[in-house]
Design a protein around this ligand. Sequence first.
Ligand code: S3P
Length: 450
Amino acid sequence: MSASVITVETQEDLSHKLIIQQTSVGLSLKGSIRVPGDKSISHRALMLGALAQGETEIAGLLLGEDPRSTASCFQALGAEISELNTELVRVKGIGLGNLLEPVDVLNAGNSGTTLRLMLGLLASHPGRFFTVTGDGSLRSRPMSRVVKPLQQMGAQIWGRQNNSLAPLAITGQALKPTHYHSPIASAQVKSCILLAGLLTEGKTTVTEPALSRDHSERMLRAFGADLTTDPETNSVTIIGPAQLYGQKVVVPGDISSAAFWLVAGAIVPGSNLLIENVGVNPSRTGILEALSLMGADVELENQREVAGEPVADLRVRHSRLKSCTIAGDIIPRLIDEIPILAVAAVFAEGTTVIRDAEELRVKESDRIAVMAQQLNKMGAKVTELPDGMEITGGTPLVGTDVDSHTDHRIAMSLAIAALVASGITSIHRAEAAAISYPNFTATLQQVCQF
Ligand code: S3P
């Protein structure tokens, strides 16, 4: 017996409709679960493994669509990567500076991290010509944020709309070092420039307005790069040319995926859920701080360090939530969790205000517009702001037809909202979840059993 009936229907166009139907039995989420490997760390492990001398062994790799895009691009660039059918993946690197010129276009699929980080590497490989593209969503996302600093280093990159949109063409060059003051706190921008700095002789520095996730810094150091950070100014310097050596990487569970269960456990009455083995790198834990501000009952158990990244088990129990304001420097530390935080805010007393999050408009979808539209369809009170949302909690949600707009985090956020909506919610294009969370529906079914 289950408190919600969860089914998936494949549509004529092969998209999936996820249908969540309430039954009369009260739902509570219990048990312990694991979330898939961290997406950001998975991309970086594949890339650095491909660039290193010798073999890299990656345990816990995310087998989602986005890391598969990274793996196929770096295979085309010459790395040997074992099949992505188990979470233990081996990469035989080709050594820094040795990327091959692929005979075809490199396709980053839906993945901004793949495309932006790879651009730094391609632009700094002299004498080779590369073309890169992505799916419809990625081809509409801004690339000038990485193209401009790379051009400042001497890169030659061409693309639509003044070199700002993929497809892009790149002629690799020996680049000159720079000190780039990024106007946005973006780990993709920071990492792109640091990767370009690997082959560039001298000091390449990036300063950002607030700290963004620092997985690149940690992993570059572990692979042998000469890298220093200045936390006072949010600056990172890499000295090139570097040499990287194959490593054993252990990828922790993705806190961005755990966030769906944290909010589910917080809003579904009677819940007590343990999410094991979650990465709690301080540059990613804004979600824990925001939930604590909202009065959620989340405990960190068994805190430890695994392969240079902090890890913990997270226990969440249902509690009454209250509104809060989320703005400023915390935003880059929870940027991917804002769609699911918006769902939490629908169940909080008072009006939650999210500001300084205009970056959400250029993610896999315009996450401000899409979350506001879809939650309002279900009866929530969400007002769009240019850089965020205002969400007044306390109105009951009613099941209806909603759409992911092919954005993985929107699909999963709406599924969690549906657990607490009356009637039937149908989430169209729910297959998008596989970008970062291939077993999402199976875990949803598991936690809804009792
Ligand atoms: C990521 C950085 C963030 C994040 C994305 C993954 C990364 O993007 O939203 O999902 O792995 O570097 P920005 O750098 O654009 O903020």
